[in-house]
Design a protein around this ligand. Structure first.
Ligand code: PLP
Length: 481
């Protein structure tokens, strides 16, 4: 792994920051954890933050901000139009990405709404390395469909491929030839979220761009998870290892006709941005931003967030800043692998992904292995993860369950939020749970919403396995939490 090797040979990542503002955490006894997860209908989305020790639900809008970001927020220039703060953000984004036009949106999916309205007509096909939920929804609602051109390796949960996020360029060529005129743009997603925060190589992006150029189709980059992808290009791609983060970013930007991102991830604030140098794209965006987001110098964002985003983007060019997430995730993945606990490899950029099918092979897919593992991990450690499996799917028209291809429990590591001892604690409790995995049973519905059931749905254990698990914990841990 990367990270630091101590004099005595142990390897571990090092925090290149100090903590100067803290938030108190509660670690409640297991009996309280059991009652909290039951009250939440075994749905981690419905837990209350005050009952959670380590919140690993998401990396969205919960990354740590720096002292300089907080300071910048204090001097924001609030005005409906022509705010100095937005000019600052424009100048920073121009310098980093080399794009002339910078347009705001209140978050990533808002940018996706605007791009889908600009580009997608009924019958259109948008090729991409992999979809993201909100991206796909906006394309589909405008009558288009998504073609996922990922490598076979992307679905291999235990792979040695450093760039599982690469696009299959042969498939792209074939699709652009076969579907001439039906492809409004090609989309590449940095740090491919739904396959586990997996990156693509700069070389792959160059090849994708060359094919797009040959067919005169614009390349759109979703840069929400760019920070992680930059780190992986620098550390895993031999030909790029001597380039600065600035230079890699500029080359990625030069290859992209439009860039958009969720600043809830990139820049560690709450907002979004779109960038291009092409006036024909600018003109269309300029019409839609005031309609859906707000005037062109705030776009639905608070001016404070705009100030902090300018600083956050600059800080993203600092290797010490962007390495923290991937190195801590790598450390956690390696610790789990060492304990023979099934986890997705290689480590990606978002968090750790436990493979629930292998963790609890005795739980049937119709009893929601990833969902039940999420509940069990919360009971064992007060650690909140997110189910990425069958619960997150929708039933078909006839009400049949659509079984997910993979059953994962995502444990996100918001950037610069957790310390080493907290990661070690999480690994320890997951290890204990793994030793006691035979106690884990399945879940069944109490209340199943028709749409997006994973957000609001409630479930219950299909036996008294949760009480038995809590009792075993109490017996093993004595008085400690
Ligand atoms: C989070 C995310 C989005 C959506 O951004 P929001 O700010 O949550 O609306 C889009 N694409 C990717 C890759 C993301 O990770």
């Amino acid at each position: 792994m990367n990270g630091n090797i101590s004099f005595f040979g142990e390897s571990f990542p090092l925090e290149m920051h100090k903590v100067r503002i803290v938030q108190k955490l509660n670690l409640e006894p297991i009996e309280e954890r059991l009652s909290a997860i039951k009250k939440a209908g075994n749905n981690t989305f419905l837990l209350k933050n005050e009952n959670i020790f380590l919140d690993m639900l998401s990396d969205s809008g919960v990354n740590a901000m720096s002292d300089n970001q907080l300071a910048a927020m204090m001097q924001s220039d609030d005005s409906y139009a022509g705010s100095k703060s937005f000019t600052k953000l424009e100048n920073t984004a121009r310098r980093i990405f080399g794009k002339e036009f910078i347009l705001p949106a209140h978050q990533g999916r808002a940018a996706e709404n605007i791009l889908a309205r600009m580009f997608v007509k009924p019958g259109d096909i948008v090729p991409m390395n992999y979809h993201f939920t909100t991206t796909k929804a906006h394309i589909v609602i405008n009558g288009g469909s998504v073609a996922e051109l990922y490598l076979k390796e992307a679905m291999n949960l235990n792979s040695a491929n450093p760039f599982k996020g690469n696009m299959d360029t042969e498939a792209l060529k074939n699709l652009l030839e076969k579907e001439k005129g039906k492809v409004p743009f090609v989309r590449m997603e940095a740090g491919t979220n739904l396959i586990g925060g997996q990156p693509w190589s700069l070389q792959n992006l160059r090849e994708v761009k060359a094919i797009c150029a040959e067919h005169d189709v614009p390349l759109v980059l979703d840069a929400s998870l760019l920070a992680d992808n930059l780190y992986f290009i620098k550390t895993r791609e031999e030909a790029e290892k001597n380039k600065s983060i600035e230079d890699i970013t500029m080359e990625i930007s030069d290859l992209s006709d439009i860039i958009y991102f969720s600043a809830r991830k990139l820049g560690c604030v709450r907002g979004g941005l779109m960038l291009t140098s092409d006036t024909k794209f600018l003109e269309q965006m300029q019409e839609l931003v005031p309609l859906f987001e707000g005037f062109l110098t705030y776009g639905g964002m608070s001016i404070r967030e705009i100030e902090a985003m300018a600083v956050g983007l600059d800080e993203t060019m600092d290797f010490d800043m962007i390495k923290h997430g991937p190195e801590f995730i790598e450390f956690m993945v390696q610790e789990l692998v060492r304990r023979k606990i099934p986890v997705v490899t290689p480590a990606g950029g978002l968090g750790c992904h436990l493979n629930a099918r292998e963790f609890i092979p005795h739980v049937k897919q119709t009893e929601y292995p990833a969902g039940t593992l999420a509940a069990a991990v919360f009971i064992a450690g007060s650690v909140r993860g997110m189910e990425r499996g069958t619960l997150s799917e929708e039933r078909d028209k006839d009400g049949n369950e659509h079984l997910a291809e993979v059953e994962l429990l995502r444990l996100a590591l918001p950037r610069r939020v957790f310390t080493m001892s907290q990661i070690k604690y999480a690994v320890d409790r997951i290890h204990w749970l793994f030793e006691n995995r035979n106690l884990i049973g399945g879940l069944k519905w109490l209340f199943e919403p028709k749409i997006l059931r994973f957000f609001n749905g409630k479930l219950e254990a299909n036996s008294d396995w949760q009480e038995k698990l809590a009792a075993k914990f109490r017996a093993d841990f004595g008085d400690s939490l």
